[in-house]
Design a protein around this ligand. Structure first.
Ligand code: PMP
Length: 404
């Protein structure tokens, strides 16, 4: 059913070598490789259907519009949203969060109001709120975590006050791999009458996500992390909420009627989509979602879970190995340090062996501060990685360790 060799054959780049060594690509948390069907869908649209969407009477424009809107429906179905009005196309997770931070704070928050985030957030889910804090005097409250990388849920409960207006948390940490109990956290927030934004950048590629089952008010993700193209992403929002928020950017597409005296805005989802959308990107994203859906998100989750368990077991055998992130529920992101070897040295030497990992603070400097380190080496798995690649990583680390 899950034929890994057949799957790997769908990703041409996995067949290449670097420095004469077979590529071992373990940087999927940063971005994923693209299956042939995604690249072909993009090429095909440029060759055969390219025209600007929505405003054209001509054949090509209508066909491009149909493709673009069909992609919205594919996204809706993938996350089980109620309506395509709830699917806003953006440039990615970062833009989705910025959009929400700007429009939510402007319309729903006063000076002194609070947003709850967690210790393990990506900078994309910290800095947009800080920009609002600078402009509007809102306050960030931070959920602490234990040394294993579990959020402290009792502390979370204690953070709520009448000033709390929004909770914004990662579903899966891009450093620790922690899968946060977002469903329970949403229930808690709702009991306080507070909506929740979930950063799904690291969850969408790895597990089934049902926004209605979670009861998330907002859910965001990037196309490029789920085997789709760069430059396109999604903001899901419950229609009631999106209706209450003002437009983000102004321009074409997001208006109903413009005059110098008064401009009226388009309905959802277009109210938030100023300018020509990345309609080629949305086609690629839809193709990527079709691809992972055909494999089955449950099958991908099970396969990656087994691979992660295997990797954790093998990595723990290495003397001097320190793994950051030992949460009860975790995904296929493994951050580590070995002895006194600097993460950058480890990453650079692994690279010479053809093994692509990420090093540094992973855009989570407050988390690094909490852990008392400057950075880690991070291996992050995708649906095409294998135990043989884990073995290559372990052998590579051993080799580097012996050099030091
Ligand atoms: N949030 C998390 C948890 C992430 O891992 C990332 C990407 N590393 C982002 C947000 C930002 O995603 P993008 O750069 O695609 O906007």
């Amino acid at each position: 059913m899950y034929d890994i060799q057949q799957i790997r054959a769908d990703f041409p780049i996995l067949g290449r070598t670097v420095y004469g060594k077979p590529l071992v690509y373990l940087d999927n948390g940063a971005t994923t490789q693209k299956p042939r069907c995604v690249v072909e869908a993009i090429t095909n649209e440029y060759y055969n259907t390219n025209a600007n969407v929505h405003r054209g009477v001509h054949f090509l424009s209508q066909q491009a519009t149909e493709l673009h809107e069909a992609s919205r429906e594919t996204v809706r179905k993938f996350i089980n949203a109620r309506s395509t009005n709830e699917i806003i196309f953006t440039r990615g997770t970062t833009e989705s969060i910025n959009l929400l931070a700007a429009t939510f704070c402007l319309s729903q928050m006063q000076t002194g109001d609070e947003v709850i985030v967690s210790t393990m957030e990506h900078h994309s889910n910290i800095v947009p709120w800080q920009l609002q804090a600078m402009q509007r005097g809102i306050v960030l409250r931070v959920i602490p975590m234990d040394d294993e990388g579990n959020l402290l849920l009792e502390e979370y409960e204690r953070l709520f006050s009448p000033k709390t207006k929004l909770v914004s948390i990662a579903h899966v940490s891009n450093v620790l791999g922690t899968v946060n109990p977002v469903k329970d956290m949403i229930r808690t927030a709702h009991a306080h009458g507070v909506p929740v934004l979930v950063d799904g950048a690291q969850s969408i590629p790895h597990m089934p996500v049902d926004v209605r089952e979670l009861d998330a008010d907002f859910y965001v993700f990037s196309g490029h992390k789920v085997y789709g193209p760069t430059g396109v992403g999604v903001l899901y929002g419950k229609e009631d909420w999106l209706d209450k928020l003002p437009p983000y950017q102004g321009g074409g597409e997001m208006i109903q009627h413009v005059s110098f005296e008064k401009t009226t805005f388009n309905e959802l989802p277009f109210k938030f989509e100023a300018g020509t959308p990345d309609y080629i990107g949305t086609t690629g994203l839809a193709k990527a979602l079709d691809y992972v859906s055909a494999l089955g998100m449950d099958n991908i989750a099970a396969y990656e879970h087994e691979l992660t368990e295997y990797a954790l077991r093998r990595l723990r055998e290495i003397p001097g190995m320190r793994i950051f992130g030992e949460a009860k529920e975790r995904g296929g992101v493994i951050s580590f340090l070995v002895g006194n070897i600097h993460h950058f040295d480890m990453g650079t030497l692994l690279d010479r062996l053809g093994i692509a990992v990420r090093t540094g603070h992973h855009c989570a400097q407050p988390l690094m501060t909490r852990l008392g380190i400057e950075g880690t080496v991070r291996a992050s798995f995708g649906l095409y990685n294998t135990k043989e690649e884990v073995d290559a990583l372990v052998a590579g680390i051993e080799r580097v360790r012996k050099m030091f």
